[in-house]
Structures are given as C-alpha cells and as structure tokens.
Design a binder for this molecule. Structure first.
Ligand code: ADP
Ligand code: ADP
Length: 225
C-alpha cells in the first residue's frame, strides 16, 4: 500500500518551474532517499507532500489521505522535519514539544510519556529546559526530529536531516533512521549527499532542475554515473 504519493506535482513561481510534474509512490515500510543538488526542488516537493504548500498542479496523499482535502487525517499519519528547524526559538525543547503535542490534539496522558520518550530517544536531557535559540545546530536538529516523531507517526518526511551536522552527528541521525526503519516506518529523506544515508535507504529518487530523473537502487545510480 502506498504511504506517500506524489501525483503530477508541479510548482510554478511565475514562469519558473521549481518542480515539474513529479510523480512517485512510496510503499509501506520503504526507506527512500530524495537526492538532488541545492535548488533542485526537494524542499518544494516535500512542502507540497506535507500540505504546507499548495501545488500549482497535481495532488499528494499521505497514508492514503489527500493532504489538501483531508489535512487532519494526513497530519496524524505524518511527521515532518522542515528544512529550517523549529520555530519558537525562545521556548525550551520541553515547552516547545509540549506545545506541539497539544496543537496536534494529543491528550496529556499520551503526551507525557511521549515527551519522556523523545527526551531519551533524541538525547535532549542536557538541554531540556534551555531556550532553543541557545542550542547548537546538532541539538536544534534533534529538537526538530523530536517534534516530527512526537505523535509516533507511521510516515516520516525528513528535509535534510543531516544538513550542517558534523560526522559524529550524521552517524547519530543514520542510527535513528535505522531504528525507525526497523520499526516499519515509511521514510522519505532528502539529501544532497547520498553517502550520508545510503546505507539505510532501499531506493533513491533523484531530482534535478525540478524533474525526477532517476528512480532505482543506490547501486544502479552509482553504475549509471
Ligand atoms: P532544494 O530543496 O532542492 O534545495 P528548493 O525546493 O528549495 O530546492 O528550491 C527549488 C527552486 O525553487 C530553487 O531554484 C529556488 O530558488 C526556487 N524557489 C523556492 N521557493 C521559491 C519562492 N517562494 N519563490 C521563487 N522561487 C522559489
Ligand atoms: P500552526 O500553529 O502554525 O498551524 P502547528 O501547530 O500546526 O503550527 O505546528 C507546530 C509545529 O509543528 C510547526 O513547526 C509545524 O511546522 C510543525 N508541524 C505541523 N504539523 C506537523 C506534522 N504533521 N509533522 C511534523 N511537524 C508538523
């Protein structure tokens, strides 16, 4: 069953096509890399897949729910790591994650254990009460991950989860992705450095100048170069 579907997604800014007629489908449990250089259209595609940006043409579904017409149902299934990290920088991770959980309609008896689980899983204990603005890039990224994972979604759309991290932190992200994969989650992970996620990905979608130009295994991609 398709957990993420892009159906002819396009985004135009005036005459410029940031994304042009992109279609693909990610089956349940698959871990898919979304590869392309900066400016290729990865973030724009992901924002359309998550319902944050209205497409110029086409449609998207998550967990079988149309992200425009059944936004609440899609959001329940979906965790999204946006490109620019968490908003509300004056809040601590504790306050921000609690706010996000309530905004997503999580009851407090469910939210409390999930906050503890995220503090643990994303190693946030040392900074739990500090303003997000004062945290290092690596910690801010983990707050973003905790936010995406908070409601235990079955689909994760992660925009450059390794972006700007040092090799040690990249290894941490890779390990987390491996765990999510073992739990049977469906993942779409954008990156401009395939090597950083290659070991955990079943499939590579390559986007260039707004168009999907390759869909296959990482080995086949290496072979075609
Ligand atoms: P990537 O995530 O692969 O780096 P983006 O999806 O962010 O690429 O951007 C794709 C292209 O669309 C880039 O050329 C970018 O400059 C352009 N673009 C993105 N958002 C806008 C916007 N709001 N207005 C005009 N152009 C945009
Ligand atoms: P707003 O109050 O602006 O509608 P939300 O309360 O919906 O924002 O979301 C709070 C934060 O969580 C924002 O950073 C938003 O980008 C992010 N977010 C919203 N929905 C999801 C989701 N399904 N998965 C991951 N992050 C989300």
């Amino acid at each position: 069953r398709a957990m993420i579907e892009a159906k002819g997604l396009s985004k135009f800014y005036g005459p410029f096509a940031a994304v042009r007629d992109v279609s693909f489908s990610v089956p349940e449990g698959q871990v898919c890399a979304f590869l392309g250089p900066n400016g290729a259209g990865k973030s724009t595609t992901m924002r359309m897949l998550t319902g944050f940006l209205a497409p110029s043409a086409g449609a998207a579904t998550v967990g079988g729910h149309d992200v425009a017409e059944a936004r609440i149902d899609a959001a329940r299934t979906l965790g999204y790591l946006p490109e620019n990290g968490p908003l509300y920088q004056e809040m601590s991770p504790a306050a921000f994650l609690s706010y996000v959980g309530k905004a997503r309609g999580m009851a407090s008896d469910r939210l409390k254990p999930r906050l503890e689980a995220m503090k643990e899983a994303c190693s946030l204990a040392p900074v739990w009460g500090k303003p997000i603005a004062k945290l290092s890039r690596g910690y801010r990224q983990r707050v973003g991950m905790a936010q995406a994972l908070l409601h235990d979604p079955s689909v994760l759309i992660l925009d450059e989860p390794t972006g700007g991290l040092d090799p040690n932190q990249v290894a941490g992200v890779r390990e987390l992705i491996g765990r999510l994969r073992d739990e049977g989650k469906t993942l779409l992970i954008s990156t401009h450095i395939l090597r950083e996620v290659r070991a955990v990905c079943d499939r590579v979608l390559l986007i260039s100048a707004g168009r999907l130009v390759f869909d296959g295994s990482a080995d086949d991609l290496a072979g075609s170069e």
